[in-house]
Design a protein around this ligand. Sequence first.
Ligand code: SF4
Length: 412
Amino acid sequence: MKICVFTLGCKVNASESESLARALREAGHTVTEKLENADLFIVNTCAVTAEAEKKSRQTAARIRALNPAAEIVYTGCACQKDPAAFLKKSNARLVTGVFDKGKIAAMLEDSGVKIAPERKDFEEMPAPETRRARQYIKVQDGCDNFCSYCIIPYLRGRSRSRAKESVKKEIDGAACAEVVLNGINLSAYRDKNTDLAGLMRYLADTEKRVRLGSLEVRAITDDLLSALKNMRNFAPHFHLSLQSGSDKVLAAMNRRYTAEEYLEKVSLIRKYFPFAGITTDIIVGFPAETEADFAETLALAAAAEFSDIHCFPYSPRSGTRAFALRDLPPAVKKERLERLLAVKENCRAAFARKNFGRAEKAVIEEEDGEYFVGYTGNYLRVYVKKALPCGEIGVIIKETFRDGVRAEIEGE
Ligand code: SF4
């Protein structure tokens, strides 16, 4: 049978879908991860924002346009939140949540709703098949933080982590140049007495480039940074979610750090990795965010010299504490978002300039016309005008180009 596994949302969902695709291939099915005609569709949904949830539901119409007779299995966070909304879709065969995704292949004979009970252990899934230069490796699931705007802890359950031996085995078996360790809350990684710094020490000799997914402010310590510094091939890129530069808004978000602490951690990162790429997420227009609060966010974003900013307007999520707060008018959020996008472009350009003339290692991932395109360790998107095999190569950063920089191969 030809099965399409279509994924929305975060990198954790992407890792889970790749594992699921492997299990289906091993069961003898032909699998595509592009939304194209198939006999059966498995949609791995997302509920992180109202928009993501809406797009998850709208996938049904896109599939009907491709194949009106195809049956659809819905899984993931949006189904965990509201299974009935998916079961009532025409052609819905099975609706499952976020637990026991690894059993979907075995469940294909079933129909109806199967929301598995919350798991307290880490669900091992088959290692994904590597078909890219970079592979995502899920090492943690769930979250205990309960940020006031976030629905994820209610859907994914409490934090649990993968055994370090299993993580190493998957990295060693992956046929790629770079692995990205990710989790819903990677900073909470704990396998018995091994925390995230301990995991990095355990993986120190890994030859493949190792990149980390999103980190919490409190996870940035001398212990973690020195463990990363001692790794054989660590990508010095830190995604450190800020969300707001106002202490008042951070407290209302239940983020458990202040703007000053955030900037201290940015300085600490640069003490160990002076050219680190530091990227962030910022929510614009959280309830009660005043113009003065937002000005603090803009000032912090400029002071932190981010290499990139992922910014988006606040969207209320039913079931969260912040849902009861009065939402700001959309026009206010839109206007603030535009100002933050201008800061983002300045930050991106300044970071590119800081790297001009520097030697970096780039992992080439794809072709774009006459260019080969990849990423440096500090996460600059690099265009190299030369035919290369995929893998890691030395480059010299030259100038700003398209959405990244142009580089030349080192030594040529
Ligand atoms: S850390 Fe906060 S934003 Fe991230 S998943 Fe946990 S509750 Fe949600």
